[in-house]
Design a protein around this ligand. Structure first.
Ligand code: GLC
Length: 416
């Protein structure tokens, strides 16, 4: 299926990890799986989760102000606790948090994404089968796999029926634009019945987008926590936490600075990807202030530089400019990002297409430029005068380079 254009045009999405783990501020699902928190203590958070200040309109409003075009909310993490009043399984919060979320996003013109973990470390029928080919000496985790002798395929069928029941509810009620799967490593493509799962969702949401953790049905690559140095060829999305945690954790104040986030963002879109930036609301639904501040700051930066963000495609390959760049969809304007205060002229190498004009995005100041050097096919270097201090952005300055035609590059071994 061809990629939905809204996805590649979106550039920024907001990931929301919200679940019972926010009550004690422990790691989502993994804390009991890894025996860091006793299972009964972890599950006791279910009775203490209030959602008392849950305000999906405030979330959607914040996400829109941040410049995001979609969001992805954890409808059910590996702990199996559903954020909606599901008729399947025993674990939910007795309340439907998803209708408000989906409606509020759509009112803001944002696309609706739902995260759903294939794995469910609390369902009684989950740990009844083994992943084929997993080495027998590997120690089983009681929450994810049983020993080969104890396999119970009828129980696995019940698990799949439960899973399909939940997925049918999600797809039919909320008609998600994107389904963000996770936990695929626990079982095989065949055990998850990926093809049937995709068909079930598409029967309600025919244009749904799937991340790569939908295995053979995935539409885009899902690098996590680190921007790929060589951007993938096709569509992709970097998912990234603002501090070091996906969900809310009281003691984690290792937040990335706004400048660092602008850097991640520009590097990601410069490589043709989207940034899916994560927030971890507290158990009452409040998004922590340091995260709100950063989303608002990113939104301000994006508003000032929106021409370099929306309606662009991946920019120059490495080697032409020392920083990320994007290219307007018509290929006629290059947007160069500068992170540092330029001390001298900015040199761009290998631009075959002549340059008409260079301006500072956001202030409109025109900068002088000239080409020096070159021989035959080897083009000279484009030297751009450094912007004055008043034209510099505190996080990243963008120069708009208007070309006299569509971008053509010299790569050192002939033109292409
Ligand atoms: C990992 C973790 C999970 C988190 C996800 C987000 O797969 O298992 O806790 O939700 O990354 O990408």
């Amino acid at each position: 299926m061809p990629m939905q254009p809204w996805f590649t045009d979106a550039k920024l999405g907001i990931f929301v990890h919200w679940g019972i783990y926010a009550v004690d501020g422990v790691q989502e699902s993994w804390s009991f799986y890894d025996d860091i928190v006793p299972h009964d203590r972890y599950m006791s958070q279910l009775g203490r989760f209030t959602g008392a200040k849950y305000d999906p309109h405030a979330w959607a409003d914040l996400f829109a102000r941040a410049g995001a075009r979609y969001a992805v909310l954890t409808s059910r993490h590996h702990d199996g606790v559903a954020l909606w009043d599901t008729g399947f399984g025993d674990l939910n919060l007795g309340r439907d948090y998803l209708t408000g979320y989906a409606d509020a996003l759509r009112e803001q013109g944002l696309k609706v994404g739902l995260y759903y973990s294939h794995s469910d470390w609390n369902h009684p029928d989950y740990a009844t089968t083994r992943k084929p080919g997993r080495p027998p000496e590997q120690e089983d985790n009681r929450y994810s796999e049983c020993s080969a002798e104890d396999e119970d395929l009828a129980a696995w069928e019940r698990f799949i029926a439960y899973r399909d029941g939940q997925i049918r509810e999600l797809a039919s009620r909320y008609r998600p634009d994107l389904m963000w799967f996770d936990g695929e490593w626990d079982r095989s493509e065949e055990q998850w019945r990926i093809e049937e799962l995709a068909a079930l969702i598409r029967s309600y949401s025919p244009h749904v987008v799937f991340n790569a953790r939908m295995l053979s049905e995935g539409d885009y690559a899902t690098p996590e926590q680190g921007a790929p140095i060589e951007p993938p060829d096709g569509p992709w999305e970097l998912c990234l936490t603002i501090n070091d945690s996906w969900g809310y954790q009281h003691h984690d104040d290792n937040h990335k600075s706004l400048s660092q986030l602008v850097r991640y963002f520009t590097e990601t879109i410069g490589g043709g990807g989207n940034l899916l930036l994560d927030v971890g609301p507290m158990e009452d639904g409040t998004i922590p202030a340091p995260q709100v501040e950063r989303l608002e700051g990113l939104g301000e930066w994006i508003r000032k530089h929106s021409d370099a963000v929306y309606g662009t495609v991946r920019g120059l390959p490495a080697g032409h400019h020392y920083g990320p760049s994007t290219l307007s969809a018509d290929g006629r304007t290059l947007y160069l990002t500068l992170f540092d205060v330029p001390r001298a002229e900015i040199g761009v190498r290998g631009l075959v297409t002549p340059v008409r004009r260079v301006t500072v995005l956001g202030t409109g100041t025109e900068l002088a430029h000239r080409v020096i050097g070159g021989l035959h096919e080897a083009v000279g270097v484009l030297w751009i005068d450094p912007p004055a201090e008043a034209d510099l952005d505190p996080h990243a300055t963008v120069l708009a380079v208007e070309l006299d035609g569509e971008l053509e590059l010299y790569r050192g071994s002939g033109r292409f």
